[in-house]
Design a protein around this ligand. Structure first.
Ligand code: COA
Length: 263
């Protein structure tokens, strides 16, 4: 059986590929568990400064949770469905959202259900002009379960999100751009190079500063502003004794490009 997640690291960037193309990269439990293990690996690998997440094959980023599999958990009753399906999927999107290195989705095709929820959860996203998004869970008689009722309204606003959640209608990459779900739309053949170029523009900076910004923004968004400002202050305080801050400031004073460890 082929690995449900492919990992290929070069120039500080981990390319992570959801790899079930014959099932439109549907997120079965084995794929989610393997993705979590790969995230553990690359988070502690100093050679990796950023990750790009994409889908194998010509058609899909991901068509969402594996309906054949999770329907079995649903048949086993509420406790099993929550434990095996909902908690697993929520843990995956929460892990991506809180990752200390930037994660960029390169949405190469269908991003339905859980595929859309991954796009909502990651830090940045670039869509191919062939991408297609949807929140189709309503067609199955259920609300989204991997964070889709929570993150999309925060990104797009309540009414825009509710229209997509309540109709289940597919939407274009241009609409995804308008509502803040993706950062840009590029021609299909330029997708991975655009994602790499964005990653490179981030990883030339201090990894500590990048991690501090990711943490402050992600945690702060779900807090009152006074608590968010406290997180911002803590992230800065953690950098004060670090070499990178001294190097960044000295480089500015000396009118040169900073040299950070690992860059
Ligand atoms: N779970 C499990 N298998 C899935 C899947 C999913 N979410 N989405 C697609 N697949 C499988 C299909 O069963 C099919 O497998 P098969 O060839 O062994 O029968 C294969 O992927 C190709 O999908 P298919 O439905 O034949 O392609 P299509 O072009 O006709 O339709 C979709 C594409 C995305 C519209 C359709 O696959 C679909 O509605 N998928 C479910 C999307 C969804 O509701 N996701 C949210 C789940 S909570």
């Amino acid at each position: 059986m082929s690995d449900p997640i492919l990992l290929d690291t070069s120039d500080g960037i981990a390319l992570v590929t959801l790899n079930r193309p014959d099932k439109l990269n549907a997120l079965n439990y084995a794929l989610i568990d393997r993705l979590m293990a790969v995230l553990d690996m690359i988070e502690t690998d100093a050679a990796v400064r950023a990750a790009i997440l994409t889908g194998a094959g010509e058609r899909a980023f991901s068509a969402g949770a594996d309906i054949d599999e999770f329907s079995g958990s649903v048949r086993q009753g509420r406790d099993t469905a929550i434990r095996d399906f909902v908690r697993r999927g929520q843990a995956m999107t929460a892990r991506l959202e809180a990752f200390r290195k930037p994660v960029i989705a390169a949405v190469n095709g269908l991003a339905f259900g859980g595929g859309c929820e991954i796009t909502e959860a990651v830090h940045l996203a670039i869509a191919s002009d062939r991408a297609r998004f949807a929140k189709p869970e309503i067609n199955l008689g259920m609300p989204p379960t991997f964070g889709g009722t929570q993150r999309l309204p925060r990104l797009a606003g309540r009414k825009r999100a509710l229209e997509l959640l309540l109709t289940g209608d597919p939407f274009s990459p241009e609409r995804a751009l308008e509502i803040g779900l993706v950062n840009r739309v590029v021609p299909h053949d330029a997708l991975l190079s655009a994602a790499r170029e964005l990653a490179q523009r981030i990883i030339r900076h201090s990894a500590l500063a990048v991690g501090g910004i990711l943490t402050a923004v992600t945690r702060g968004l779900n807090m009152a502003i006074a608590e968010g400002l406290q997180v911002e202050s803590e992230q800065f305080a953690a950098l004060v004794p670090a070499d990178d801050l001294a190097e960044g400031i000295n480089a500015w004073i000396e009118r040169r490009t900073p040299r950070y460890r690992g860059c």
